[in-house]
Design a protein. Structure first.
Length: 340
């Protein structure tokens, strides 16, 4: 069996049990509602966004992920509202996850310059798979040199699961720092195709934060006059734990208006004696005055899977924030977090 097929069979086996994990984005701050429900409305602008990830494209079988979202802020109510649609698919078994969620957050002022967002998300999710292409050892007839049909894994009528889910989160930020925490899958839905009410999706916990530093501003000549150019550098972390798995990412992002450069290291060792290095990630972004943000990132695989075998991962993000048409600029953003 080639490494690509072996890898996806392992994914299939994990999906049967409690060790199932959520997919992740490298540009998780450009998928804010996926990261933490408390981000709903946090930009104080109406915005829409889309993220697409192609995981390990060098393998024969594909694994793709997307997230689309929209959110806004109601100033009079100190409240944010959001809508998010997430999905993933791998080609070997046709395994698909889809989720649509509604989000609400409430903002409190903390001190003179700080704010606290409390968010919640209710979701309807579904998953389906077709295991017809999976070949088990019991199907191999060595004497006749044939593969007998039918692996008997799952009855066709049992290939779909749907469930309700609940996520929540907190987000604190001031002018220079931010700190967030989220908990996904609070209802721990039953996902197994083989046994009922035995294997549930573990709660995913996340703690993320960072600090931003202002650099000496520059000026851009726009053919009519010089405009002030924002220059900042930020450092951040993101720790996640789901079931028996955990992961710690650290990164930095440099904003030299309108260009953004960033780098992440994913998978610092979080358990003694068990190194968890997975990828080195480079990010390139462009922020335009009309409200459009475009980002691209590439994951260079550091794990034993190997970069040559996997091909890394490509990720693209698009975000449009509705700008102040009269001033022809974005509204003032209180949030100091990473842009990607």
């Amino acid at each position: 069996m080639r490494i690509s097929n072996l890898f996806f069979v392992l994914i299939l086996l994990f999906s049967f049990g409690v060790k199932a994990q959520d997919v992740q984005f490298s540009q998780f701050y450009s998928a804010p509602l996926y990261l933490n429900p408390a981000f709903a409305g946090s930009s104080e602008m109406t915005r829409v966004g889309f993220n697409f990830r192609n995981q390990w494209p060098s393998l024969d079988q594909t694994f793709v992920v997307f997230s689309a979202y929209a959110d806004g802020f109601i100033q009079q109510k100190n409240s944010g509202l959001g809508l998010v649609v997430n999905g993933s698919r791998e080609s070997l078994t046709g395994f698909q996850n889809s989720e649509i969620g509604l989000l609400y957050s409430y903002r409190l002022r903390v001190g003179e310059k700080g704010f606290l967002h409390m968010g919640v998300q209710v979701s309807y999710a579904a998953r389906s798979a077709s295991f017809d292409d999976i070949i088990l050892s019991t199907q191999l007839d060595i004497d006749r040199g044939v593969v007998t049909p039918g692996n008997g894994l799952v009855d066709p009528d049992e290939r779909q699961r749907s469930f309700a889910d609940l996520h929540s989160g907190l987000l604190y930020y001031s002018e220079k720092i931010w700190l967030g925490a989220s908990a996904h899958h609070l209802l721990m839905p039953e996902l197994s195709y083989l046994q009922d009410d035995q294997f549930r999706l573990p709660i995913k916990y996340s703690l993320h934060g960072g600090v931003k530093f202002d650099l000496t501003p520059g000026f851009i000549n726009d053919y009519f006059n010089n405009t002030r150019q924002e220059r900042t550098v930020a450092i951040a972390f993101n720790y996640k734990k789901q079931g028996v798995f955990d992961q710690l990412d650290v990164g930095t992002e440099f904003y030299f208006e309108p260009v953004i450069l960033g780098v992440w290291y994913r998978g610092l060792p979080t358990q003694f004696g068990l190194p968890n290095n997975e990828a080195l990630i480079g990010v390139l972004g462009l922020t335009l005055k009309n409200g459009l943000d475009v980002g691209y990132s590439y994951d260079f695989t550091l794990s034993q899977l190997g970069w040559r075998n996997s091909g890394g991962a490509h990720e693209i993000s698009l975000r449009y924030s509705f700008v102040d048409e009269f001033l022809n600029r974005r509204q003032v953003k209180r949030l100091p977090t990473f842009r990607y």
